[in-house]
Design a protein around this ligand. Structure first.
Ligand code: PRP
Length: 182
């Protein structure tokens, strides 16, 4: 439904996302029940997933964000991960859950982990909506995965192509002129 975009091919529907987010919420809820939890979202791409996921976790916890960027305005990762904004919460002795939209090369999450570990949390786990295992350069332990996908350029539900399409309620494959399907 909605506007037809010739360059975007539906991959994961709104309904499929909703179902999977609900399941992830249940798993996280069971694992952290009775524990001191801080949920950290990595902006910007995570914003829709984060909003849906935290509302699917029926526990009491802190929420905070970090802003990390590797792609800038390019379509390919620059490989240089920068912390643009740090967390504003104490995580020492607490259980930390990092929430991210997608793990690709792993560089963003590897750097985030390294950075947060220096603040002595009791534990750190990672939850990603999408995993592209074939692209991994750095090994990162991911505890909760929404969907494992092949190496295609995805947009929507927070993910962008040159800062566009983050608002799409579904996840689609983005076709540039060079790989446009006819
Ligand atoms: C994207 C995505 C992840 C990261 C994954 O972020 O949101 O954070 O790249 O890639 P990696 O595993 O190869 O490090 P981007 O730098 O585009 O920032 P954004 O979240 O603001 O879109």
């Amino acid at each position: 439904m909605g506007m037809i975009r010739q360059n975007i091919q539906m991959m994961i529907s709104e309904e499929e996302i909703r179902q999977r987010v609900k399941e992830l919420g249940r798993l996280i809820e069971a694992d952290y029940s009775g524990k001191d939890l801080v949920v950290i979202g990595l902006l910007k791409g995570v914003f829709p997933f984060f909003a849906d996921l935290v509302r699917a976790i029926d526990l009491d916890f802190h929420v905070t964000f970090m802003r990390i960027s590797s792609y800038g305005f390019d379509l390919e990762s620059s490989g240089k991960v920068k912390i643009l904004q740090d967390i504003d919460t104490q995580i020492s002795g607490k259980n930390v859950l990092i929430v991210e939209d997608i793990i690709d090369t792993g560089q963003t999450l590897a750097m985030t982990l390294e950075h947060l570990k220096t603040q002595s949390p009791a534990s750190i786990r990672i939850c990603v909506l999408l995993d592209k295992p074939s692209r991994r350069i750095v090994d990162v332990p991911v505890d909760y995965v929404g969907f494992s996908i092949k190496d295609v350029f995805v947009v929507g539900y927070g993910l962008d192509a040159r800062e566009m399409y983050r608002n799409l309620p579904y996840i689609g494959i983005f076709h540039t002129e060079s790989n446009l399907v006819t």
